[in-house]
Design a protein around this ligand. Structure first.
Ligand code: HEC
Length: 281
């Protein structure tokens, strides 16, 4: 008797369970255009804007708010910690603050006509290490076009539609002209050359921070100096001379035969006379 009763009630309970599971499961995967049921709607509909979308709230309709003028983002750095882990952040902070226009832009105000007044000399201490750093960076980022020697005949430079400037030209040494100022070379290294609205040379600010760009300038000057030193005036140690003279002989004989047939193929011959920007001697 008792067992029949309990069997019945167990069956009934199972049926109710199965029914409710069926009802619940039936909702899953269904598609409906009806608005969802909101039992506690307070936090469902909080205002939210996605970056780069429009806003009706702000007068300028921009969702992303422009940072206040001169705001500096500090990220996670603590300005005071000397711990090694903090070094990159601390350096970044100094760079972001940009105290000292000359060091960070290569300029010192503007001229009467509104053009930037480039500074004459590198504003940071020039050490052998800085020049070495500059050499590394120059050989990575500049030599492809300008050549390791700065003559403008790098792999890409040779294929350029016009002749690239020669860094040993007087205009890049004469500090009375803007092209001869350290600040200008720094500026070109970071922002490239824009002529009549056209980006002629790409800028390398993404790859060269300020210190590295000054290092490139220091090496640029070293390259120029190295060409101006006569081999026999004592600046080159006696022990280095034979090897250097041998290299020069090799370089001379490597270019000599190439120069003769070059009149037939167009590449090297065409690039030189069409030089409009390079400012030949
Ligand atoms: C992709 C090729 C390319 C690379 C790489 C390149 N340059 Fe140039 N550079 C040019 C071209 C092209 C010009 C000539 C621009 C023009 O038409 O006036 C030029 C011009 C210059 C000038 C002369 C600017 C003037 O006003 O006369 C300097 C200085 C210079 N580059 C420095 C650098 C330095 C430093 C680097 C490395 C950080 C570098 N360039 C990397 C293509 C390059």
């Amino acid at each position: 008797m008792k067992s029949t009763h309990s069997t019945k009630s167990t069956l009934a309970m199972l049926a109710v369970l199965a029914g409710s599971v069926g009802v619940l499961a039936g909702c899953r995967g269904d598609r409906s255009d009806a608005p969802p049921r909101q039992f506690f709607p307070n936090m469902d509909d909080g205002p939210k804007w996605k970056p780069q979308t429009g806003s009706t709230f702000f007068a300028d309709k921009r969702t992303m708010r422009p940072a206040p003028a001169n705001a500096v983002a500090f990220g996670r750095t603590s300005a005071v910690s000397d711990d090694p882990w903090n070094k990159p952040w601390a350096e970044q902070r100094v760079a972001l603050l940009r105290e000292g226009e000359a060091e960070y832009s290569g300029t010192n105000g503007v001229n009467a006509d509104g053009t930037p007044r480039y500074i004459d000399r590198i504003p940071i201490e020039v050490t052998p290490d800085l020049i070495k750093l500059g050499q590394t960076k120059f050989n990575v980022f500049c030599a492809t076009c300008h050549g390791y020697d700065g003559l403008g005949k790098g792999m890409v430079g040779q294929a350029w539609s016009y002749g690239l400037p020669n860094f040993h030209d007087a205009k890049y040494k004469d500090a009375a002209q803007y092209t001869g100022k350290d600040g200008y070379i720094f500026h070109v290294a970071r922002y490239g050359v824009i002529t009549q609205g056209q980006q002629k040379m790409p800028g390398y600010a993404h790859a060269l921070n300020e210190k590295q760009a000054w290092a490139v300038v220091a090496y640029f000057r070293t390259l120029q100096e190295s060409r101006a030193v006569p081999i026999g005036d004592g600046a080159i140690p006696e022990s280095e001379r034979p090897a250097l003279e041998e290299k020069m002989r090799q370089a001379a004989s490597a270019t000599a035969p190439a120069a003769a047939p070059a009149s037939a193929p167009a590449a090297p011959a065409a690039s030189t006379p069409t030089n409009t920007q390079g400012g030949g001697k």
